[in-house]
Write a protein that binds this ligand. Structure first.
Ligand SMILES: Cc1cc2nc3c(=O)[nH]c(=O)nc-3n(C[C@H](O)[C@H](O)[C@H](O)COP(=O)(O)O)c2cc1C
Length: 211
């Protein structure tokens, strides 16, 4: 029960309730991760392995139920998001751009070659995209959801992108990997650099790197 720190007043007057201190450390792991989460813009020059990338992709949009439901909530379970991996290469993956397919938990190569510098330029030359060995890009096919919910589907899609990005942030804290959700970029340039289909819009770029 909270402690009333305001005047007793009548029932319909505003009353301040002092909440218990947040359990930011120790008590539950998830509260500790939430407390430690920050946007990180500088990374060590150390490659991120495919197995770590796989875990971060699963956290964003992986399948977590027998019925095919995913790790992030989705209005009507219509899943308008697409996830791409932009990598400068590691032991297992050639430099390029890959699309994540949640149903099979696989990556499909879409572009060969290192496009990180071009992607950074398309995002107002934000250097962390160029410096990160890997970035995850969250994009959306709005038609999948506006067909059911009309214009409200745009709002739902953006909310869902936030859920997915937060999952990446929080698992990143656990793995010692920092990220920064980037929304400032030229849409058409990012679309062109990533060769996205016309009906797919980029929403978020999340560069990843060891802290
Ligand atoms: C929708 C959105 C867009 C953002 N775009 C950028 C961006 O383009 N570049 C950047 O450096 N940070 C960006 N950020 C990160 C914010 O600057 C950051 O979350 C804020 O400074 C608070 O810091 P914290 O995340 O460490 O708590 C964005 C965050 C959000 C939620």
């Amino acid at each position: 029960m909270g402690i009333n720190i305001g005047s007793p007043g009548s029932a319909d007057l505003p009353m301040k309730i002092k909440l218990l201190e947040p359990e930011a450390s120790g008590k539950s792991r998830i509260e500790e991760l939430i407390a430690k989460r920050r946007s990180i813009r500088q990374y060590k020059d150390k490659k991120i392995s495919e197995s770590i990338i796989s875990r971060l992709l699963w956290a964003a949009q992986g399948i977590s139920s027998r019925e095919g439901l995913r790790t992030s909530p989705s209005a009507g379970a219509l899943y308008p998001l697409e996830i791409h991996v932009v990598t400068g290469g590691n032991e297992e993956l050639e430099p390029g751009v890959y699309r994540y397919v949640p149903e099979d938990h696989i990556l499909v190569r879409e572009i060969s070659g290192d496009i990180r510098e071009k992607l950074s330029r398309a995002a107002l030359s934000q250097t962390m995209i160029k410096n990160a060995t890997v970035s995850i890009v969250i994009s959306a096919v709005y038609a999948r959801i506006t067909s059911e919910y009309g214009n409200r589907g745009f709002r739902y899609t953006h909310m869902e992108a936030g859920h997915a990005a937060q999952n990446i942030y929080l698992l990143g804290v656990e793995l010692g990997i920092g990220t920064c959700s980037i929304g400032a970029f030229e849409d058409e340039e990012v679309k062109s650099v990533l060769k996205l289909p016309v009906n797919e819009e980029p929403l978020y770029i999340l560069p990843l790197g060891y802290i």
